[in-house]
Design a protein around this ligand. Structure first.
Ligand code: SAH
Length: 230
């Protein structure tokens, strides 16, 4: 799969082809084959240009269903994972278009852009300043007025914009931070990878008594959730 390519997007001499709906449609088909069915999520992935979020040298691989390096030892998540996480986050929401969602781990900003097409408002926090700034650059041209980027340690959530209907994390800690549960609305959802050596994508909601009820899990691999800023 990673060998030299003689046809397909990898062989394109410039990036003109990457802007086409066709390559994006292929990626969406792959994500659908893997089980993501929510048309709101699939539609958003059809319109967000993933190639604008990776280095020029990797742009020809932007629509493969694979994570790619974005610098600072971090990666842009695999498209399937972005889609699945967002699908799980909005599944239980009465009206996603009105939902206030926190994303922890902006990275290059791709998932934040997809989320912003699906929900009412997105706050996305990143702890590595260089990535936070890069995401701001990447997102400028997309003009998403309902997306706010924050620099800081997301393991404390973003209390200024709480409460949230959903919190999605793109980095795995050994447990769900208490701040996230505090900043979540009753009935709200958290979708987060949890675990150190073996990770699971935990899906949980907050019940009337403020307790977190776990409802699902799948094996995943994310970068680690780290404390502090860099
Ligand atoms: N959402 C990204 C995925 C980026 S990878 C995408 O669209 O592909 C996860 C990101 O989480 C990394 O950039 C990493 O720096 C960041 N991260 C890790 N711990 C964090 C924390 N405590 N607060 C905020 N961001 C964190």
């Amino acid at each position: 799969m990673n060998g030299p390519r003689t046809f397909g997007p990898g062989a394109m001499p410039d990036h003109a082809g990457l802007a086409s709906a066709k390559v994006r449609e292929r990626m969406v088909n792959r994500v659908r084959e893997l089980g993501v069915r929510d048309s709101r999520v699939l539609d958003a992935m059809r319109v967000v240009p993933r190639h604008l979020f990776v280095d020029e040298a990797l742009a020809s691989r932007a629509y493969e269903d694979t994570p790619l390096p974005i610098g600072q030892g971090q990666t842009i998540s695999q498209p399937y994972i972005v889609a699945r996480t967002i699908e799980l986050a909005i599944e239980g929401l009465r009206d996603p278009q009105k939902a206030n969602v926190l994303e922890v781990g902006t990275g290059c900003g791709y998932a934040a852009a997809v989320l912003a097409h699906v929900v009412g408002g997105v706050v996305s926090i990143e702890r590595v300043r260089a990535l936070h700034e890069r995401a701001r650059e990447n997102l400028r041209a997309l003009r998403l007025p309902n997306l706010r980027l924050v620099f800081g340690d997301g393991s404390r959530g973003v209390p200024q914009a709480a409460p949230y209907d959903a919190i999605v994390a793109a980095a795995a800690g050994d447990a769900i931070p208490p701040a996230w549960i505090e900043q979540l609305k009753t009935g709200g959802r958290i979708v987060a990878p949890v675990g150190v050596d073996e990770q699971q994508l935990v899906v949980a909601h907050k019940d009337e008594s403020g307790k977190l009820i776990r409802s699902g899990k799948e094996a995943v691999r994310f970068v680690p959730l780290r404390g502090g800023i860099a």
